[in-house]
Design a protein around this ligand. Structure first.
Ligand code: AHM
Ligand code: MG
Length: 346
């Protein structure tokens, strides 16, 4: 629940991370990786806030590997994230929504951890100053696969090694989190022992612990889907949606909330309960969201808060990725709501 603080008693993210290290939840290297991610998020927060003043709105003119127009801020945020991780000296491989392939960090700087991230998710919202966010997940090297991969010194095999190490199921995540750039800047993280939220104190320039051991409500009457795609959906899903709106003479219909920014829509779902969905449809066979750096980290967080993340049939965290930018349908939120949806789709 919410922790009421009084007087001068505050806990910064930095302090909290050091405590996690002292009690053995994470090692010193991982502490540094997460701390450098939080630095990147602070920088991105200030870029997002000043975007229309410093001419950072609009498109860059390039298209990323997934055929999406890159916004100027997508590109800048990716650079900020990558350079924070590189200079931490504790990251071996990074994979980003905005890069075609995962990249190994130059050896002299590199450490072990593998970081997957979407530096600025929901960037279609930027020009209207609506919520966006960054999402990340952290893995250890996949040692078995390392051993299997013959390194003959060519770039291709080095690259192959990166892909093999990045393509791990969400079950292997050591830590995951997101930062939401909204009316406040909120950094949410799990190390596999509950979910913690920190709010950026703009006066102080530090993330301050504001919620600990967050639990998502078991059910909640808010749904968050892009219903513009309704006609493209499967009949079973249409029936589910129709029933949410038509609860019979006694009940109250569900409320709709959709920002079009996964981090914002997810954060609200985490706190208020309900369900967020990005289904497959006739045009997008696997939905829109990416398994590695969107669906898996969010699923780890929601499970740590007592909720569920599903592709409609199975746990997202059990899915073995075969490609970096692989997409999967996502249904995430309160346990009762996700289970109800799975019954309709079965
Ligand atoms: P992006 O990574 O290119 O920003 O796309 C991901 C975003 C999510 O934040 C959001 O949930 C979804 O796309 C919205 O998609 P749509 O506009 O199709 O509803
Ligand atoms: Mg994204």
């Amino acid at each position: 629940g919410t922790r009421k603080k009084s007087g001068y008693e505050i806990e910064t993210l930095t302090n909290w991370l050091l405590k996690q290290e002292q009690t053995g939840t994470i090692d010193a290297e991982l502490t540094i990786v997460i701390s450098s991610i939080s630095m990147a998020c602070k920088q991105i927060a200030s870029l997002v806030q000043r975007a229309s003043i410093s001419n950072l709105t609009g498109v860059q003119g390039a298209v990323n590997v997934q055929g999406e127009d890159q916004k100027k801020l997508d590109v800048v945020s990716n650079e900020v994230f990558s350079s924070c991780l590189r200079s931490s000296g504790r990251t071996g491989i990074i994979a980003s929504e905005e890069e075609d392939v995962p990249v190994a960090v130059e050896e002299s700087y590199s450490g072990n951890y593998i970081v997957v991230f979407d530096p600025l998710d929901g960037s279609s919202n930027i020009d209207a100053a609506v919520s966006t966010g960054s999402i990340f997940g952290i893995y250890s090297p996949n040692d078995e696969c390392f051993a299997d991969t013959e390194d003959d010194g060519t770039l291709d095999s080095a690259q192959q090694r990166c892909v093999v190490n990045v393509c791990q199921p969400g079950n292997n995540l050591l830590a995951a989190g997101y930062c939401m750039y909204s009316s406040s800047v909120i950094f949410v993280v799990t190390l596999g022992k509950g979910v913690y939220a920190f709010t950026l104190d703009p006066m102080f320039g530090e993330f301050v612990l504001t919620q600990e051991k967050i639990q998502i409500p078991k059910s909640g009457k808010i749904y968050s889907f892009n219903e513009g795609n309704y006609q493209l959906w499967d009949d079973k899903l249409k029936k589910y949606m129709d029933d949410l709106k038509d609860p019979g003479p006694t009940g109250k219909p569900y409320s709709a909330r959709y920002i079009g920014s996964l981090v914002g829509d997810f954060h609200r779902t985490l706190l208020y309960g309900g369900i967020y969905g990005y289904p497959r449809d006739k045009k997008s066979k696997n939905g829109k969201l990416r398994l590695l750096y969107e669906c898996a980290p969010m699923s780890f967080i929601v499970e740590q808060a007592g909720g569920k993340g599903s592709d409609g049939e199975k746990r997202v965290l059990d899915i073995e990725p075969t490609e970096i930018h692989q997409r999967v349908p996502l249904y995430i939120g309160s346990t009762d709501e996700v289970e109800k949806l799975e019954k309709y789709l079965a």
